[in-house]
Design a protein around this ligand. Structure first.
Ligand code: PLP
Length: 359
């Protein structure tokens, strides 16, 4: 298989795919695949409970937090979070550090009075807005932020201090890439398709007291408290996604857990940034070094006329999906958990060779 730097849906661990392949036709001695099982059956429920237990162990999730396996992608929850956490006439703070934070705020706007408490937009999202510029509202229903901005490649090193107001984090592109101090958050959510499994699954970790908030009038299917009460089986869940997520959690445990992943991810990112910064301006990453993402590394070539050659040659060399997001152009390498150091080394070697040949 090629090395896959896709921003999402992204590479999955080879071992997870191999196990899923082995089990595809006859899962767990059932005589049918996991996709063909009732979610109400004993086998599936045991697997689902084990996946939750493994995630709880990995991320040290306290008992006063519910874990939900939902659908709709992170985008649906941009809207569903305010429906659940904010009542009529309430306000919420948004810290916007890139494309996804902007989108979260705009999708929330029909349901809550959105206050952009801080924004990196004036600086083209090349760094985090300085803390002195934040205008947090102590009466906000919650504060929303995006710890890692997948497109702009901007990441918070630390969890921001926001006082008593519950902190809501869209961890779609950094969840499980390092240990998580769950107690600092009111609600964590993530589309699965980067660090967990296939798209179509959303993992949510939510403090139980927040589930008691009345929120807005809404159908049961939108209410997180209903999903929690029904163990994420209010309706048919994404059974395949849940199963692959469970395999990924087992894989992460076997790798040494989140601290081990954090060390690897740091080393991978350092190697790539060193190659970019050491290229004498041939490759450029514009992000403030204090806020550079460990997961998504956007970079441009000094000569954009070489972009097409870079993409064609990298793909031919077995390095996939390096094309940058259309908003920024250039290149982007995503270095999620399933991307090994070997892949980063292959990329760095290719970049040096490309620069030599086309310099
Ligand atoms: N939030 C972040 C940080 C993302 O990177 C993405 C990208 O897919 C999304 C939200 C949107 O997720 P989805 O496509 O699952 O709605």
């Amino acid at each position: 298989r090629a090395w896959n730097f896709s921003a999402g849906p992204a590479a999955l661990p080879q071992a997870v795919l191999e196990r899923a392949q082995r089990e595809l036709m006859d899962w767990n001695g059932s005589g049918a695949s996991v996709m063909e099982q009732s979610h109400r059956g004993k086998r599936f429920i045991a697997m689902a409970e084990q996946a939750e237990a493994d995630l709880r162990e990995l991320a040290a999730i306290p008992d006063d937090y519910a874990v939900l396996f939902l659908q709709g992608g992170a985008t649906q929850h941009f809207a569903q979070i305010p429906m659940n956490l904010a009542g009529e006439g309430e306000r919420a703070d948004y810290i916007v550090t890139g494309h996804w934070g902007e989108k979260a705020a705009s999708e929330a706007a029909p349901y809550v009075a959105v206050n952009i408490a801080a924004s990196g937009k004036a600086g083209q999202y090349r760094g985090l807005p300085p803390r002195e510029s934040w205008r947090l509202d102590p009466r906000a229903a919650y504060v929303h932020y995006t710890p890692n901005e997948t497109i702009h490649g901007v990441e918070f090193r630390d969890v921001p201090e926001v006082g008593e107001v519950p902190l809501v984090a869209d961890m779609s592109s950094d969840i499980l890439s390092a240990p998580i101090d769950v107690k600092r958050f009111g609600l964590i959510y993530a589309g699965a398709q980067k660090n967990i499994g296939p798209s179509g699954l959303v993992v949510m970790i939510v403090r139980r007291d927040l589930l008691a908030r009345p929120g807005r009038p809404m159908a049961k299917i939108f209410r997180y408290a209903e999903h929690a009460a029904q163990h994420s089986m209010l309706n048919t869940p994404n059974t395949w996604g849940w199963y692959i997520a469970g395999l990924t959690f087992q894989w992460l445990k076997a790798q040494g857990g989140l601290a081990a992943m954090a060390a690897r991810n740091r080393a991978k990112a350092e190697a790539l940034y060193a190659a970019i910064d050491g290229s004498g301006g041939y490759y450029v990453n514009p992000v403030d070094p204090a806020a550079r993402s460990r997961m998504n590394v956007p970079f441009t070539l000094r000569d954009a006329a070489l972009d097409a050659a870079f993409l064609a040659e990298s793909e031919a060399a077995g390095l996939l999906a390096l094309k940058g997001h259309k908003a920024l152009g250039g290149m982007r390498a995503s270095l999620y958990n399933a991307v090994p150091m070997e892949a980063v080394q292959a990329l760095v070697d290719f970049m040096a060779d490309f620069a030599r040949r086309h310099g």
